[in-house]
Design a protein around this ligand. Structure first.
Ligand code: FES
Length: 104
């Protein structure tokens, strides 16, 4: 079994505290925490359809979906509060020569 490696961005192009969407099937959200760590989850909020990579608030390792304020832990995908009850799928990250890849 091979692991798909999808190019996300250059590490320097994602500011600390920001997120982005890697298009594809499925789309994946990549986050960079204020501490400088990269994490990746499914892009679509598990409550309804909302792109977390395009529009969300990242604080520490918690991302808030602005549509109904569900929060998730981006390290584990765990849904931390109502109205989300289903975890986000998480993906591995690989940094290679200043480039960020998601592993699916
Ligand atoms: S769509 Fe994200 S909280 Fe409702």
């Amino acid at each position: 079994m091979t692991t798909e490696r999808r190019f996300a961005c250059l590490a320097e192009d994602l500011s600390p505290g920001a997120a982005m969407t890697v298009p594809g099937d499925p789309p994946i959200a990549v986050y960079r925490t204020e501490a400088g760590d990269f994490h990746a989850t499914a892009d679509t909020c598990t409550h309804e359809k909302w792109s977390l990579g395009s529009d969300s608030d990242l604080e520490g390792c918690e991302v808030t979906c602005p549509l109904h304020m569900a929060r998730f832990d981006i390290r584990t995908g765990e849904a931390l509060c109502f109205p989300a009850t289903v975890a986000l799928r998480t993906y591995g990250i690989e940094i290679d020569d200043g480039k960020v890849f998601v592993l699916g």
